[in-house]
Design a protein around this ligand. Structure first.
Ligand code: GDG
Length: 518
């Protein structure tokens, strides 16, 4: 169901992301194309379709005539316009696995020790970003809004500007943005920061990310004039003004809330509860990624079993680790570490009929996933750093009886919104996380219900549809302001005045407060 009415205009939306919103898989020797899952696709696909827009991305496999044909048929069948960017094997190695996932990904998650900075990766990253820009130039029409997603495509605006595209360009970063002390280690930091400043609107997940970006920009380019409003900052770069905001991404609340109540899911949940035979079931769901803090989680759980013997036989951790980026050695290493840890902890504590960890290394269907959410009464999500962490929100939306506790890392973007109803932990603090597990286990129903109600109403109020509408209206608002100052350059208010009035507006509307980046 399309819950967003893109009311204000009929302008086409061009969405650009590394991957197309479909998955192409081989089954019995034949390739199949299926719509992608996930909140972002659910929220954006109808807008792209209804505005007769385009979604540009890499199909995730070689663009053979067979794959092209699949995409063509999919477009006809679904009245969609997917346009595929072809990447060679070498481009996948250097741009995707190399620069995106061995340099930017760990750097943006504060994990400098995992970073590999290779000149050849950078060269290919630039070339692929140019390739995406060329594809956009082929597809774009006058008046289109262009929205580019994530760390793989930071330089696209730079190349579009070189190609004389003067359309409004927006960017959203799904990962965190690091502080300047970390960013400055990147040999190409000024190109990455400059690339972001070629957009008109840059969106981050949290206020912290927005501040990190503004402070880094100011450190690298002291000539920039940056002013912070309550809801966004304005960076004046030469004659241009770039709007920088924080827009915490979310999920389709109803999909999880309603889905969790269907019979098949209830059956799945009872099956799991019967299998695990524990009073309390605790859940971890993550892509298998070193940023998700899974080893730290296992060690904290082990400590809890050691410190609180009452937990033994009464609690079980169900850990779903979804295979991801398995061509990279860091991901192979973490997989081995986890398998070894599960064996050790289970060997140490298991009793006949009870095992402390159930570890599953594969992806599951949406129904099974909902079954996990329904069956478990504790969500244990301990990323070392995470842009948002949608699993935390999905767990809350699926806990329809309010009988659940969320233990959440303070380094997940979601903590900015969910701290009030969750038990917050520092995943590096094993003792604190172990105590949090015990506290969640012992928590009375009344307190569980009170905290879960807070969490669920937050996720319900700020769902993915609100996020899209908020981002796009912020984009259009900025465009209008820019156009107004171009038409009446002498009338354009100095930035300072606008700071004042914007703060006043946010105070009047109940926003309150402001901060400055400089
Ligand atoms: C990036 C940022 C940010 C997981 N396993 C299965 C499955 N999933 C789905 C979950 C959830 C999604 O994958 C994971 O989202 P996260 O937000 O937790 O993490 P990342 O994949 O790292 O996403 C992150 C996000 O972008 C959005 O901006 O929040 O910080 O790193 O939706 O449900 N779905 C199914 N089977 C599985 O086995 N069906």
């Amino acid at each position: 169901m399309n819950k967003i009415t893109w009311r204000r205009s009929k302008r086409r939306l061009l969405v650009v992301s590394n991957r197309l919103p479909v998955s192409i898989k081989s089954s019995e020797g034949r390739r199949e194309i299926r719509p992608g899952a996930g909140g972002l696709v659910t929220a954006l696909a109808p807008i792209v379709r209804n505005t007769r827009g385009v979604w540009i991305g890499w199909p995730g496999c070689e663009l053979t005539p067979e794959v092209l044909e699949l995409i063509r048929n999919y477009n006809i069948e679904k009245s969609f316009d997917l346009q595929a960017v072809n990447l060679t094997e070498e481009e996948v190695q250097n741009y995707y696995l190399g620069f995106s996932n061995e340099a930017l990904w760990p750097l943006f998650h504060d994990l400098l020790g995992q970073c590999m900075f290779e000149g050849v990766h950078w060269e290919v990253y630039k070339n692929v970003n140019r390739k995406f820009a060329e594809k956009i130039v082929e597809a774009v029409q006058p008046g289109d809004l262009i929205w580019i997603h994530d760390y793989h495509l930071i330089l696209v605006a730079h190349y579009l500007r070189q190609m004389n595209v003067d359309h409004p360009l927006a960017f959203f970063l799904h990962t965190p943005f690091p502080g300047y002390d970390l960013l400055r280690r990147l040999p190409w930091k000024d190109r990455i920061l400059g690339g972001l400043l070629d957009f008109d609107l840059v969106g981050f997940q949290t206020l912290r990310d927005r501040r990190n970006f503004c402070r880094s920009a100011k450190e690298l380019m002291p000539e920039l004039y940056i002013k912070a409003f309550y809801r966004h900052s304005i960076v004046r770069h030469g004659r241009r003004e770039i709007k920088v905001g924080n827009f915490p991404i979310s999920i389709d609340f109803s999909e999880f809330n309603d889905g969790a109540q269907i019979e098949e899911v209830e059956r799945e949940a009872s099956f799991l509860r019967n299998k695990c035979q524990s009073r309390s079931l605790m859940l971890g769901v993550d892509r298998l990624d070193y940023t998700k803090g899974i080893p730290e989680r296992f060690l904290a759980y082990e400590r809890a079993l050691e410190k609180y013997p009452e937990l033994r036989g009464n609690i079980c951790l169900l850990q779903l680790a979804v295979p991801s980026r398995s061509h990279l050695s860091a991901y192979q290493d973490i997989r081995e570490t986890l398998e070894w840890m599960v064996g050790r902890i289970n060997g140490r504590f298991s009793e006949f009929g009870w095992q402390p960890i159930q570890y599953i290394y594969r992806s599951v269907s949406r129904t099974e996933l909902l079954g996990f959410y329904r069956a478990c009464d504790i969500g244990l999500l301990t990323p070392l750093r995470d842009g948002m962490n949608l699993v935390a929100k999905e767990f809350c939306a699926s806990t329809v009886d309010n009988n659940g506790v969320l233990i959440l890392s303070e380094f997940a973007g979601a903590s900015e919104q969910l701290a009030k109803g969750a038990i917050m932990v520092n995943p590096y603090n094993r003792e604190e996380t172990a105590d949090a597990i015990y506290r969640a286990y012992k928590m009375e129903l009344e307190e569980r219900e009170r905290m879960m109600t807070v969490l669920r109403s937050e996720v319900k109020r700020n769902d993915i549809f609100r996020w899209v509408e908020w981002f796009l209206s912020s984009f259009r608002e900025h465009e209008r302001e820019e156009a107004a100052s171009e038409i009446h350059p002498n009338n354009s208010k100095p930035v300072n005045d606008r700071v004042e009035s914007s703060i006043m507006e946010s105070i009047k509307s109940g926003g309150g407060g402001s901060y400055t980046d400089d």
